[in-house]
Design a protein around this ligand. Structure first.
Ligand code: 5AD
Ligand code: SF4
Length: 442
């Protein structure tokens, strides 16, 4: 078989990252090898994100870069997948004459036949049908054969929460949980291959299994993963505060492999806006959860997502978000200026603030958070942290990197054979995106 090559760019969340890994496997099955240069490829693909307008514009910008390639090489196949493909569907083929194939979030598995169809007959195609439950259950991505010490494992897909700003339920479809037996079998296999850290992923992992009769709950699933030999660390994302049960909170005190870090998106600190967002919790309830987490696991660290400038947000609402940041003291926040998404209920809500005011708020928030983060990370200097060594770093020979339980990158020198092991590192310096340290023992 003549080997062909493809170039793939991925935008967005872990769901897309996992889908892209699946794309690499599927295309290898029809003789396409991944390369780093779009100019040399027989097939170029974008896996896109639709969560905010910025991501959408970026994707279209990158698609535009493929146009001159196609003009130079008419045999080139150009494809788009992911959330924009799901939302826009067939009309993308009309809008972009150089685009050959469009595949939606439920149709990644169809890619090989679509590519072959275009290669054989130059008939452009689009597949963006949502699949039924049974078919989807057969198609959960399961990956083997890639070398790494850390791996994402998909435990659920889709979302039924319909937060009023969010496009995800429309482009990823209804929530569905993968059977626990399959998840655990995959993790056992990964552990046997040498994977040491597992991140369980889904749009809302806290509600895992609740819609499937007889299925394990999320805390029960975590406990079973905790019992798998060879797995040293467990993480999960994303959590929804409204589904964070007491049982799950207690896992942070009980399960020794569960990392002491939780990403718990709050979105906003004001009850009025939380209600308009359809988030299903109040500021008080959220703070109560944080307090209980800290009781159960005193050194737990939290990160969050914040939306600035949601329709109707007032100065008072914004002040409440700022005060929440000061109370919780997250190690990191991911903040976004609200971006209206077609089809969502918030899309028609009236805006209070101009773009300029939103930007001022956004900057003030970043400033506050940078100071909080800096203080937290600087307090790490002089502590000894357990690090899972991921491999040699880009800093040079003999330089290793790994992550702490709090998911911070730690750089230090040591022998390459430590890769995949848990070691103790004395932290000597804190930078904005990483820590520097010295190996204590191994
Ligand atoms: N505008 C701005 N931010 C958004 N997010 C989701 N939808 C929007 C939107 N329309 C943010 C939320 C979510 C994160 C992944 O993206 O904070 O948690
Ligand atoms: Fe979007 Fe809300 Fe679902 Fe998260 S929980 S994916 S923000 S609808």
């Amino acid at each position: 078989m003549h080997t062909k090559s493809f170039y793939l760019e991925t935008f967005g969340c872990q769901m897309n990252v996992v889908d892209s890994e699946r794309i690499v496997d599927l295309l290898a099955g029809i003789g396409y090898q991944q390369i780093e240069e779009a100019e040399q490829a027989d097939l170029v693909l974008l896996n896109t994100c639709a969560v905010r307008d910025k991501a959408v514009r970026k994707a279209y910008g990158h698609l535009g870069n493929f146009k001159p390639l196609k003009e130079r090489n008419p045999a080139l196949i150009v494809g788009m997948g992911g959330c924009i493909a799901q939302q826009e569907g067939k009309q993308l083929l009309q809008q972009f004459p150089y685009l050959d194939l469009v595949f939606g979030t439920h149709n990644v598995h169809r890619l090989p036949e679509m590519v072959q169809q275009v290669a054989d007959s130059r008939v452009r195609c689009e597949e963006t049908e949502f699949l039924d439950r049974e078919t989807r259950l057969q198609l959960f991505p399961s990956r083997t054969g890639q070398e790494a010490f850390t791996r994402f494992v998909t435990i659920m897909q889709g979302c039924d929460n319909f937060c009023s700003y969010c496009v995800v339920p429309y482009v990823r479809g209804r929530e569905i949980s993968r059977p626990s037996g399959e998840i655990l079998a995959e993790i056992r296999e990964l552990a046997e291959q040498g994977v040491r850290e597992i991140t369980l992923i889904g749009q809302n992992v806290n509600s895992y299994g609740t819609k499937e009769e007889g299925e394990l709950s999320f805390p029960e699933l975590l406990e079973k993963v905790n019992n798998i030999d060879g797995v040293d660390r467990i993480r999960f994302t994303t959590s929804h505060p409204k589904d964070l049960s007491d049982e799950l909170i207690h896992c942070f005190g009980r399960l020794e492999k569960l990392c002491k870090h939780l990403h718990l998106p709050v979105q906003c600190g004001s009850d009025n806006i939380l209600k308009a967002m359809n988030r299903g919790y109040t500021r008080e309830r959220y703070l109560e959860i944080v307090c209980r987490l800290q009781q159960v696991c005193p050194d737990i660290r939290l990160s969050t997502d914040i939306i600035v400038g949601f329709p109707g947000e007032t100065e008072d609402d914004f002040a409440e978000t700022m005060s929440l940041l000061e109370m919780v003291r997250y190690t990191e926040i991911y903040s976004f200026i609200y971006s209206p998404r077609r089809g969502t209920t918030a899309a028609d809500m009236k805006d209070e603030f101009t773009a300029k005011v939103k930007q001022v708020h956004f900057n003030r928030m970043l400033e506050l958070q940078q100071e909080i983060s800096r203080q937290l990370w600087e307090a790490d200097v002089g502590t000894v942290q357990e690090v899972l060594v991921e491999g040699e770093s880009k800093l040079g020979e003999g330089q290793l990197f790994g992550r702490s339980t709090w998911n911070r990158i730690v750089n230090f020198s040591g022998p390459a054979e430590l890769a995949g092991r848990l070691v103790s590192v004395n932290i000597t310096k804190a930078f904005r995106n990483s820590l520097l340290g010295e190996l204590v023992e191994h």
